[in-house]
Design a protein around this ligand. Structure first.
Ligand SMILES: Nc1ncnc2c1ncn2[C@@H]1O[C@H](COP(=O)(O)OP(=O)(O)O)[C@@H](O)[C@H]1O
Ligand SMILES: [Mg+2]
Length: 259
């Protein structure tokens, strides 16, 4: 069974009388174990799509099945439950709690998942090992490098053994060397069976994913899995870009949209 099934998903923001159509008729399916890169210029709707996939926001129309269940039929509580237990998030800006040590940042999602202190301590240690930070467990985010912070965020995303990891430009705030290391970690996690969707501007990183979905103006213009490609699309032939990709716009604070 597919892990995700999106069918004709659209999203239009309506705020203060202004209507902004952002996503148009997005349809694709993702199977367990896939590693999918989502590419597209700044403003093409990548984060909006990730927020819908991650149940941080709701689509305006279309259907979305997560793990075979129609998300629309789930109550707010059930959606929150899926989000907390089945989806791990990694953001460009790490989003760590500055006053908490690494171990507590990593195991935070477990606190809301009926676990004991002992279970969290044990899992926390395993996760530190998994991301190569055993000697940083008692550091606070301010004492860590960018690459290390992103490792902490990845460990936190893994804490509840989610079915899906969503990473929105995880290397966007890192230099090339650290970005490469984060990518190696993400590839390792995928090899271990994790399903991963990663937004990136970097063609070299995207080419390491098994599948690339490209967005332009809120539409899928190519999907390497189905080999659909419109003549608007030149990005998907897996060649590194000659020029570096444009710097992404500052992303908006993630918030659950009001229904
Ligand atoms: N809450 C919102 N209200 C109105 N417009 C929004 C909102 N969030 C995003 N947008 C608009 O949707 C478009 C796509 O944004 P986004 O999904 O963040 O793109 P990307 O992640 O590809 O850079 C942009 O034009 C942005 O201004
Ligand atoms: Mg974005």
């Amino acid at each position: 069974m597919a892990l995700l099934e999106l069918e004709s998903i659209t999203k239009t923001f309506v705020e203060d009388g202004a209507t902004t159509p952002v996503l148009h008729e997005i349809s694709f399916t993702i199977e367990p174990g896939e590693f999918v890169a989502i590419m597209g210029p700044s403003g093409s709707g990548k984060s909006t799509l990730m927020n819908i996939i991650g149940l941080l926001d709701v689509a305006s129309s279309g259907s979305y099945l997560f793990d075979g269940k129609n998300v629309e039929n789930l109550s707010d509580n059930e959606q929150a439950n899926v989000r907390k237990t089945k989806i791990g998030f990694v953001f460009q800006s790490f989003n760590l709690l500055p006053r908490q040590i690494t171990l507590d940042n990593i195991t935070l999602p477990m606190v809301y998942n009926n676990t004991t202190k002992l279970q969290r301590a044990k899992r926390g240690h395993d996760l530190l090992e998994e991301v190569g930070l055993v000697d940083r467990g008692f550091y606070r985010p301010g004492q860590l490098s960018g690459g290390e912070k992103q490792r902490v965020a990845i460990a936190r995303a893994l804490a509840n053994k989610p079915s899906l990891i969503l990473a929105d430009e995880p290397t966007g705030n890192l230099d090339t060397a650290n970005g490469k290391k984060i990518m190696e970690l993400i590839l390792k996690l995928n090899k271990a069976g994790n399903t991963i969707i990663m937004v990136t501007h970097d063609h070299n990183l995207a080419s390491q994913a098994h599948r690339v979905i490209e967005l332009l103006d809120g539409r899928v213009v190519s999907d390497s899995a189905t080999k659909t490609s419109t003549n608007q699309s030149k990005l998907s032939d897996k060649k590194p870009a000659k020029k570096p990709a444009k710097k992404p716009k500052k992303t908006k604070a993630k918030k659950k949209a009001k229904k």
